[in-house]
Ligand binder design. Sequence first.
Ligand SMILES: [Zn+2]
Length: 111
Amino acid sequence: MVDYMVSETILDDLKSQNFSFIAHVDDIDLLNYPEENYVHASIPLYDLIDHIPVAAARKIASTHCIPGSSAYTKSVLKDLFKTHSCSQCASHLSVFMEIPEKPITKLRNEQ
Ligand SMILES: [Zn+2]
């Protein structure tokens, strides 16, 4: 059994910009994002949408079989996500990548 990060925890981190949204995938595609390098989180779409680009939100909407989603704005999508529930919700997780707090400086000449 895999323990996923508690949604509230990652939501706090998302707000402080420590994570970058990578993908919203089912458990098969999730294998492309090993946990050594990525964070898997189950976040309600309604909360997730505040932290992702509109293009990603539209893609997620179409994954969740919300019709006409390619033309919707973020606020319309957020409204739809509020009441949304489907079979994809249970099988899909969001993938994030942790952003290092300090920028990695590798410019120094080490020779
Ligand atoms: Zn869904």
